[in-house]
Each structure stands twice: as structure tokens, then as C-alpha cells.
Design a protein around this ligand. Structure first.
Ligand code: G6P
Length: 611
């Protein structure tokens, strides 16, 4: 949450920063601000999106080669101009941008207030910069030393950048628990929450580690840790195409990402799966495969859409590998003293690789001796660095806040992991293993076929766009798809939606059904098909309006449902990758018709780096 970006070099800093903030808006968009050294150390900030700040800045003299900017997802204090970042220190000689939470800010604020400090905002961040300045003045040390000393006293998570009026060629950055990447150009430096604002200028980056402080001063980068130990910067090359960060002709990133799925699923399998040679390899798994094969239990931790991917994976691991599997919300797992035994393996799933609750769950499981695998999308993010081993989903940057292509890539990776484990363990026959590989290779073209029904789904959306409630029902592998369909709808269209196992409907949701209630059934031909058909009858008997996702060629359900969307047949374990796609499109179209901001839904953020 919160996006931060900073620049020092020969370009106009404001241009680099505004562009960078737009790339980072997926992290939060409650308010936006920038600081520049142009005459003085000047801060410009506004409630609202980056575009609102841009309008405000029109016509101003922003000439500066150094600056920093912030797009906020509010934690302390409501979204308004005062609480927006950057924040000044007491003398206004220093300014800070911050992503994270300073947990002991209240006691620091009290102490500083006693010393005569007054604060303009309610934020923990303003307290932080006052505290740094207080140390700077008291210790008469260098500014980076004052930042370091302050960091030894604060409790919580942070990625910060500090600028000063007296040192107009200096940026100081530090991280603990929130991501920060440094970009190294020729005669210029960048700092940002992820690599997306940087890659159009340079692909040489340094991922700052926890408790590290970076100082860029007069064209030189030095890194040390909070314990004052000098460190050698580890420069890496990022492999990201600029066009992956653009809408590419689509109206929204979400639509582009939905349509990218045939490609992203293929990318996810590329070089890993080849049915012709019966080959399935995940390099990241090799070293720990024995642990998984011999696991007494698999525990999956994740949040949001990634948690839904975990629920599907539970079926994979139990069906193919015969390993008892539990799926936990990361936020619950960490607060209930979970029992982790030797022989348990934890799999953490996360698109961003930065979700605070998932990271904390990993930390807890690690402290209890568990082996942790990560399934992440963002290369170089925190989770892949904290886990023992793992597999990237390689779906490419996902910018729309509602996750789509990351979900189908997660399912693809989790299925591959399960097949490798089952094959090594001998719980799947050779023939079945081969059939699954062949079928997986067909998934991209099957998803392509679903996308061809976009116009039909648009018409269905038209019919239901004004309703207030929606129910999604599915069984077996399609139950998590029902949850995901409902989540997609509520996230972006603000229509109340619930996902349920179809059979559970009788124990409550059925009371909601009347002639105004749309019920989406994910009713593809699988082992629970007949049962789901009965559930459809039950809804029909109560005059509910049925929309069904069915297998191509099904003649029965079309005679019962008001609307059907056909998807190609596949193995039931792979069906979620296919059957979720029409639900993504349905929620997308309804949200657009309702005038909602699809890519940046209210109150949400793509990367939730606070508890
Ligand atoms: C936020 C996003 C969701 C995402 C969840 C978990 O709520 O809006 O789309 O599923 O975080 O994020 P992760 O990056 O860990 O998958």
C-alpha cells in the first residue's frame, strides 16, 4: 500500500515522479503529493488521484532535478490534503514519504509535543520526520546518521525516502517490511516501491533488504544497515517490457489482463511442461521436492484471490498427492498459535509477494521450523526472498486491482506442483500424469474460446447491472470459483455478492431467493454435475434467475437456465482456470456499466502491505 517514488539526476524530477506515481497508483489512490527543491524545499499535495495533483500543478514552475512523490492508501488519518505525503519536519528543512506504519508513533508524538513540536496532520509519518530532525539537531551528525539513529528507535514497517533543503543532491531511503527498489541509471538514480516506474529509464536495480539504508549523495550510492555496517550494493537486471505496463488499446487494465490469459497461462508453463517428452519441471522445487513428497500435511496461507487459488489447490493436493491439506487466511493463521509439526510444509501464495499478513504468516511458520514454498508473481518481491523455495507464476505485471491473470497463473503453477509431487510419490499413474500434461497444454486455447463469448457476456451484464445482490454457487473444484466470482463482482461493481458451495444453499442462502435474485451456477460437467442440476431446480422452484456456466454441448441446463455461458470441456481439476474467465468478464462489464472505476475500485489497494 502507498506508492513511493524518488528521483535525482539530470531530468525534470517532477515529470519522472508524476509518471512513476501513475504506475504505482494500483497501490493506493486516496491522495498524492510531491516534494521538489526549486527555490526552497517545496511540497505540493492534494487529496485524490495523481491526475488531480497534475491539474493543481499546471502552470507552476517545477524546475528541479531532485524530488520524491507519494500516492497514499490511508491508514492513520482520513484522506485529505493535510494527511497526504510528503510531510515536512518542524523547520521545513526536511521532508519524508513513507509506506508502512510506525507503531510507536503515539508515544513519539507525545514526547515531541512535550518538546514543543506541533503537527499539521494526524499521521505517523509526520511524527517520524519530526523525530529524525530532532535527532539531527541534537546529535549534530550527518542526515543519514540521524535517519539511522531514528530507525533504531521506531517500531513498525516502513519504506521511506527523506530529502533535505540543505543537501539538494541527496536522497536517503530505508526499508523494513515494505518494498523499495533503487534504479541505477547513468548519472541518475531512482527509488520506488516496485520496478515499474524505473524500467523505462534503466533495468539495473538494487532491491533494498530489510533494515538497510541507501544514501545517494552527489551521484554516489552507498548502502549500510541499521546497525551501521557498510554493505555492497547487489545490482540485478530486471526483465520487464514497458508495454506490459500500458493498456495496449484496451479501456482498462483489467480487461487487458483478462484477455492476456491465454498468453499468461502459456508463459507460466513455458519451458516447464512438455507433454511430448512427458516432462514437467519446476526448477525452484528441485531442492525441496523430498520435503513435499514426504509431507504429512500441507498448509496453504494466502489472502484474497490468492486464498481462493489455495482452496482449489487443496483439491489438487488431496486428489493427486493424497496429502492432507489445509488452507488458511494468512491473517487468521498468525493469530491463533497454529500447530506446526515436523513434516508439515507451508505454501504461501501471493500475486504481489508483499502482502503483510502473508509475510507475517511465513515468518511465524518459519520460526516453528516449517519449510516454506512461495508461489508469487512479482519477481524480487519480499515473499520469494523469505521462503525456502518457490515458483514464480510469470503472469507479467498485473495492474488492475482486481486480480485476474494472476489467479489463473497461480492455479496453473499449483497444479504443476501437485502433479510433480504426485508423479514423484507414485500417487498418480503414468497414464493419468501424461493425460494431465496434454490437457494442460490445451488450456490456453480453451480460455481463448471463452473470451470469444465476450459479447454474449456483455448482454448478460446489461440485464443484471442494476441488481443489488448476487449469489454464486459451485461444487467441488468449482466452489472456490464461486467465491472468486462473487469477490470479483463486489470488488469492482460494489454489488453485494456471496459465493457458496451449491449444496450449502439449503442451509441459509435459499431464504434470499425470489424472482429478483440472480444466481450464477458454475455447473460444468464434472463429478457433482447431477447434484448441481438439482440445486438449479431448487432455485428455479423459488423463481430465482439462473445464469449458468456450463460445458459446451450440455443440452439439459439450457432448458432450465435464463442465461448460459458455455466453456470447453476439460479435466475437472483444470476447470477453474477456464470457468473463472466468464465470471471475470461478467463483473468487468457490470462495473463499467455502473460507472465504477474498474482498475481502481474505492477503498481497495492491490498490494496490502499493512496488517
Ligand atoms: C488485495 C488485492 C487482491 C489480492 C489480495 C492478496 O486485497 O486487492 O486482489 O488477492 O490483496 O494479495 P496478494 O498480492 O498477496 O496475492
Amino acid at each position: 500500500m502507498c506508492g513511493i517514488v524518488a528521483y535525482v539526476g539530470y531530468r525534470q524530477a517532477s515529470e519522472v515522479i508524476i509518471k512513476g506515481l501513475k504506475r504505482l497508483e494500483y497501490r493506493g489512490y486516496d491522495s498524492t503529493g510531491i516534494a521538489l527543491v526549486n527555490g526552497g524545499l517545496n511540497v505540493y499535495k492534494k487529496k485524490g488521484k495523481v491526475s488531480e495533483l497534475e491539474t493543481y500543478l499546471k502552470g507552476m514552475d517545477l524546475n528541479s532535478h531532485i524530488g520524491m512523490g507519494h500516492t497514499r492508501w490511508a491508514t492513520h488519518g482520513e484522506p485529505n490534503d493535510e494527511n497526504a505525503h510528503p510531510h515536512y519536519s518542524a523547520t521545513r528543512n526536511l521532508a519524508i514519504i513513507h509506506n508502512g506504519i510506525i507503531e510507536n508513533y503515539a508515544s513519539l508524538r507525545k514526547e515531541l509535543t512535550r518538546k514543543g513540536h506541533t503537527f499539521l496532520s494526524e499521521t505517523d509519518t509526520e511524527v517520524f520526520i519530526h523525530f529524525i530532525e530532532d535527532i539531527y539537531e541534537k546529535e549534530k551528525c550527518s542526515l543519514d546518521e540521524a535517519v539511522r539513529l531514528a530507525l533504531t528507535k521506531v517500531v513498525g514497517a516502513y519504506a521511506i525516502v527523506v530529502m533535505s533543503f540543505e543537501n539538494p543532491n541527496m536522497l536517503i531511503a530505508a526499508r523494513k517490511g515494505s518494498p523499495l527498489v533503487l534504479g541505477i541509471g547513468k548519472g541518475e538514480f531512482f527509488m520506488a516501491s516496485d520496478a515499474t516506474p524505473i524500467i523505462e529509464y534503466t533495468n539495473e536495480v538494487v532491491y533494498l533488504n530489510d533494515q538497510e539504508i541507501a544514501l545517494v549523495d552527489n551521484g554516489k550510492l552507498t548502502i549500510k544497515n541499521v546497525a551501521n555496517l557498510p554493505l555492497t550494493p547487489y545490482i540485478q537486471t530486471v526483465d520487464m517490457e514497458l508495454e506490459a505496463l500500458e493498456k495496449g488499446g484496451y479501456d482498462h487494465f483489467m480487461l487487458k489482463e483478462i484477455f492476456e490469459q491465454p498468453r499468461s497461462i502459456l508463459d507460466c508453463m513455458r519451458g516447464r511442461l512438455d507433454s511430448a517428452s512427458n516432462r514437467l519441471i519446476l526448477g525452484g522445487l528441485r531442492e525441496y521436492i523430498k520435503k513435499l513428497v514426504n509431507a504429512d500435511r500441507i498448509m496453504i496461507v494466502a489472502c484474497g484471490t490468492s486464498w481462493h487459488a489455495g482452496l482449489v489447490a487443496e483439491y489438487f493436493f488431496e486428489e493427486f498427492c493424497r496429502i492432507p491439506t489445509e488452507v488458511e487466511y494468512a491473517s487468521e493463521f498468525r493469530y491463533r498459535n497454529p500447530i506446526i509439526r515436523e513434516g508439515d510444509v507451508v505454501i504461501a501464495i501471493s500475486q504481489s509477494g508483499e502482502t503483510a499478513d502473508t509475510l507475517a504468516a511465513i515468518e511465524l511458520a518459519k520460526s516453528k521450523g516449517a519449510i516454506i514454498f512461495g508461489v508469487c508473481n512479482v519477481v524480487g518481491s519480499s515473499i520469494p526472498r523469505f521462503t525456502h523455495a518457490g515458483t514464480y507464476t510469470h503472469a507479467g505485471p498485473e495492474i488492475g486491482v482486481a486480480s485476474t491473470k494472476a489467479f489463473t497463473a497461480q492455479l496453473t503453477v499449483l497444479n504443476m506442483i501437485a502433479l510433480i509431487v504426485a508423479h514423484t510419490k507414485g500417487t498418480i499413474t503414468e497414464q493419468k500424469f501424461h493425460e494431465m500434461l496434454v490437457e494442460m497444454e490445451h488450456i490456453p486455447s480453451k480460455v481463448e474460446r471463452v473470451l470469444k463469448q465476450n459479447d454474449k457476456i456483455h448482454l448478460i451484464a446489461e440485464e443484471f447491472k442494476d441488481v443489488h445482490n448476487f449469489l454464486y454457487l459451485g461444487r467441488g473444484y468449482n466452489f472456490p470459483v464461486a467465491l472468486e466470482g462473487a469477490l470479483k463482482l463486489k470488488e469492482i461493481s460494489y454489488i453485494h455478492a456471496e459465493g457458496y458451495p451449491a449444496a450449502e444453499m439449503k442451509h441459509g442462502p435459499i431464504a434470499l431467493i425470489d424472482n429478483e435474485m440472480p444466481v450464477v451456477f458454475i455447473a460444468t460437467k464434472d463429478s457433482s454435475y447431477e447434484k448441481v442440476v438439482s440445486n438449479i431446480q431448487e432455485v428455479k422452484a423459488r423463481k430465482g434467475r439462473v445464469i449458468a456456466v456450463i460445458t459446451e454441448g450440455d443440452k439439459l441446463i439450457p432448458s432450465m437456465a435464463e442465461f448460459v455461458i458455455e466453456v470447453p470441456a476439460t479435466h475437472e481439476a483444470l476447470m477453474p482456470i477456464v470457468s473463472v474467465v466468464p465470471l471475470q468478464l461478467l463483473s468487468y462489464h457490470m462495473a463499467v456499466m455502473r460507472g465504477c472505476n474498474v482498475d481502481q475500485p474505492r477503498n481497495l489497494a492491490k498490494s496490502v502491505t499493512v496488517e
